[in-house]
Design a protein around this ligand. Structure first.
Ligand SMILES: Nc1ncnc2c1ncn2[C@@H]1O[C@H](COP(=O)(O)OP(=O)(O)OP(=O)(O)O)[C@@H](O)[C@H]1O
Length: 279
């Protein structure tokens, strides 16, 4: 579980995040939406340790992240993808995963602890990377240079790299940005397949069709504050949210059925309706 507790982030005079509190529960997909500049990426950057918190607390399973050095945040079980792809272009796809999986020093420690030779430990890591690549349909590209892949495939490699360490919290920062319709559909299937009882997922996206069709709960942000939280149906039905953040109300009508089906499948409890957060 990822918890934001009265989190505030100040950039000089600008309050980019203003007393934000919400929980990201395991087993479901939590989307964070809002217009440009609402503070979505700042939240992710704080959770990932790239930005400090001006006040408040961010916790993973009760462990306060701000007390950990950045390199230990990954070991606290949190992984992320970036808005802009950050792969090592010259390395093979599988190597991109291996270097993210575990730093060599920790690798030696693990090998020592479990009585594996360094070679056996490295082979085990490599096998795990290949498993993840296969899960995402990337097995044929494992030995290709990451930079030589198509953009959509590189986005999937980023996703593979984020999940290879088995995180308990996964932050996806605009994973569909720049993808075409077919690639977005494939990404959607992969994200849905990642849902697991012990994984809390945060999805930041501007693709409302994707958001509405796969999110179990949606947090609406505006000007650094949480404006509302609810199921896709709750958010969709709210005219004010629709007009302010989703564009034309009519634009989302065609995805109503998909969202309803999704809600039924994940059995979101009706009591967890739209909650208004008054500033
Ligand atoms: N490093 C920074 N220094 C100063 N201001 C920043 C910094 N990062 C973000 N901001 C400001 O904080 C506010 C929130 O930005 P943020 O990028 O979190 O919004 P966002 O909701 O992710 O927007 P987008 O959808 O465009 O990515 C904006 O006003 C932005 O200009």
């Amino acid at each position: 579980m990822l918890t934001f507790e009265h989190v505030t982030k100040q950039f000089g005079a600008l309050k980019a995040i203003d007393d934000v509190s919400f929980e990201v529960r395991p087993g479901i997909i939590t989307a964070v939406i809002g217009p440009n500049g609402a503070g979505k990426s700042t939240l992710v950057n704080m959770a990932a340790g790239s930005y400090g918190v001006s006040s408040g607390r961010i916790l993973v399973d009760g462990v306060e992240l701000q007390r950990l050095p950045k390199h230990r945040i990954a070991h606290a079980g949190l992984a992320r993808t970036y808005q802009n792809i950050r792969l090592f272009d010259g390395m093979s796809v599988v190597k991109n995963l291996e270097v993210a999986l575990v730093p060599p020093r920790v690798g030696r420690l693990v090998a020592d602890t479990f009585g594996l030779t360094p070679r056996a430990a490295a082979e085990e890591r490599r096998a795990r990377c290949h498993d993840v690549l296969a899960r995402l349909g990337l097995a044929p590209y494992a030995e290709r240079q990451a930079g030589s892949l198509a953009y959509g495939q590189q986005k999937l490699v980023e996703l593979a790299r984020a999940i290879v360490g088995g995180p308990r919290v996964l932050l996806l920062d605009e994973p569909a940005a720049g993808l075409n319709h077919g690639e977005t559909e494939l990404l959607k299937q992969h994200i849905l397949a990642l849902r697991a009882p012990d994984l809390a997922m945060v999805l930041i996206e501007h693709d409302m069709k994707l958001i509405m069709s796969i999110s179990d709960t949606i947090v609406v942000m505006n000007r650094g504050q949480v404006l509302a939280q609810g199921t896709a149906a709750d958010i969709r039905a709210n005219i004010e949210v629709q007009e302010a953040y989703l564009g034309q109300p009519g634009a989302i009508k065609d995805i109503e059925a998909a969202a309803r089906g999704r809600r039924n499948r994940v059995r979101i409890r009706e009591g967890e309706g739209l909650t208004w957060h008054q500033p």
